[in-house]
Design a protein around this ligand. Structure first.
Ligand code: ZN
Length: 496
């Protein structure tokens, strides 16, 4: 189904919302002020009555006490809650809890198991959304997205043809249709000038999104793929940019710049000269700490163990652009089953990302990886600019791409041009391929990527205090509605 950008914006009168119980923010301000005024009026009346009928000090003290209590009730009533009822709420262990969830000020303020609500809990509720027994999940987090809807995040043109902050916001605003509520814009190997330009542009886009209170998916820090890759495993990356971090951290700073605050993930080949020291420096605990992932690499199993001991915590698009698993030379894939060996070294197995578009990795390999290390599985789209454009021939920069179904090839050839399958489709396929439960599949696109980024207290989780970034799904895992910061930003008008 093709959806227009306009449909991503939802008005208040949709069918799932009990509109009789709904008021605008302005109305609620007025309502709460009126409530407070009414309570104070009652208090004043009570005070006057007390002093007239029985002019004793005790009565005045009691009335004053009542006044203070009423004022505090008026204050607590200023909390405005949106309550999502009749939901099956995803828990951190992958189970679904039947109950309701409260949202206040953009955060999850309470979760009530069915039967645990009492009448008093309704006083601050200004809006009720009936989820009709459907699944409420945290929004998806895509930690590897190269672009979509015709926009390429690695577009290195300067000037009119180049990437703009508005382009990034356009992608962010459309992604919510696919259930994605946070993403790491990802760049392929580029020149130092391009990295610096786009890292700064993403920062501008993020600030603009916050200042203008845009309704799209959160723009997280960037995922920089390359340029520290094995030349033999460069894949679609431009080999002219591929280098080794020979001067470890100095090489990294030379390429990306010194300010690395806006970088969340760096994918590199750990076996390159200088790479282990660079991993140690990037992952060292400090405000600019970066997640280092191994990818586009010739790394052996032992190289992988060393990379993990230096601080690497992720493997980028497992199976793709790395040496394949062999029973005597298991490569990085062998780390998935090395819980005991790594545990003896006080290390944890790394997370691993998988492109489950049905094309990049065979379903049997998806199953094997997942069964071997379920808690480490992270779904990524690794999608490129053609995602969301639909079937046909498209011009993307200087590349001509033909899309047919889930496959994007360079026009007039069979060469794969990258992934074009959205996250909601990847989750569906993953669920089908592995036979895991719905909840377990959802964790791979929510909690696990949040854990990679060490952001699981705020995103990728439905828990009190976390951001109210959520999606409503049916049992076929179609995205029915999306919320960001507690605001509904998408509703699927056909399936609702
Ligand atoms: Zn890659």
């Amino acid at each position: 189904m093709k959806r227009s950008a306009g449909e991503a914006l939802v008005d208040g009168g949709d069918i799932d919302v009990e509109s009789h119980n709904r008021t605008t923010d302005l109305d609620n301000d007025v309502m709460n002020k009126n409530k407070a005024a009414s309570l104070l009026h009652r208090t004043v009346t009570s005070l006057t009555a007390s002093t007239t009928d029985d002019d004793t000090d005790d009565c005045i003290v009691q009335s004053k006490q009542k006044c203070i209590e009423d004022e505090s009730i008026a204050k607590t009533n200023t909390k405005q809650i949106t309550r999502l009822i009749n939901a099956r709420i995803l828990q951190q262990d992958g189970t679904l809890l039947s109950g309701s969830l409260d949202v206040s000020n953009g955060l999850i303020s309470a979760i009530h198991k069915d039967g645990s609500l009492n009448d008093e809990d309704i006083s601050s509720v200004i809006e009720v959304v009936d989820c009709k027994g459907r699944i409420l999940s945290p929004g998806y987090i895509d930690i590897q997205l190269n672009g979509a809807y015709g926009i390429d995040f690695s577009n290195d043109c300067i000037g009119e043809e180049g990437l703009k902050a508005d382009d990034v916001l356009h992608v962010a605003n459309r992604l919510v249709e696919t259930g994605v509520t946070s993403f790491c814009p990802t760049m392929v190997s580029s020149s130092s000038e391009t990295y610096r330009h786009i890292i700064s542009l993403m920062d501008t886009a993020r600030k603009q999104q916050q200042e203008e209170q845009q309704v799209g998916a959160n723009i997280l820090g960037m995922h920089l793929e390359g340029p520290f890759f094995a030349k033999t495993k460069a894949g679609a990356h431009d080999k002219q940019h591929i280098v080794s971090p020979v001067n470890d951290m100095s090489s990294v700073e030379e390429v990306y710049g010194i300010d690395q605050e806006n970088i969340d993930i760096v994918t590199l080949a750990p076996e390159l000269p200088g790479a282990y020291k660079a991993i140690q420096s990037m992952t060292a605990a400090n405000p600019q700490s970066i997640v280092v992932s191994c990818g586009h690499t010739e790394a052996t199993y032992d190289d992988g163990i060393k990379a993990v001991s230096c601080g690497a915590t992720l493997l980028t698009h497992l199976f793709n652009a790395m040496i394949p698993f062999h029973h005597r030379k298991p490569g990085l894939v062998g780390l998935l089953s090395s819980e005991v060996k790594l545990g003896n070294m006080n290390l944890k197995r790394p997370f691993y990302s998988l492109i489950v578009d049905g094309i990049h990795v065979h379903e049997s390999a998806v199953c094997m990886a997942y069964k071997s290390h379920p808690d480490g599985c992270v779904l990524v789209t690794d999608a490129m600019a053609a995602m969301g454009l639909g079937d046909g021939d498209h011009s993307l920069g200087n590349m001509k791409v033909s899309i047919k179904g889930d496959r994007a090839t360079l026009t007039d050839s069979d060469v794969l041009a990258g992934s074009v399958v959205s996250m909601d489709m990847c989750v569906k396929r993953f669920h089908k391929f592995t036979g895991c439960s719905i909840g377990e599949a959802l964790l791979c696109a929510t909690l696990h990527p949040a854990q990679v980024l060490k952001k699981q207290s705020s995103i990728g989780i439905l828990a009190v205090g976390a951001k109210a970034d959520m999606i409503l799904l049916n049992d076929e895992l179609d995205v029915l509605s999306t919320w960001v910061d507690g605001k509904q930003v998408f509703q699927n008008k056909i399936l609702n």
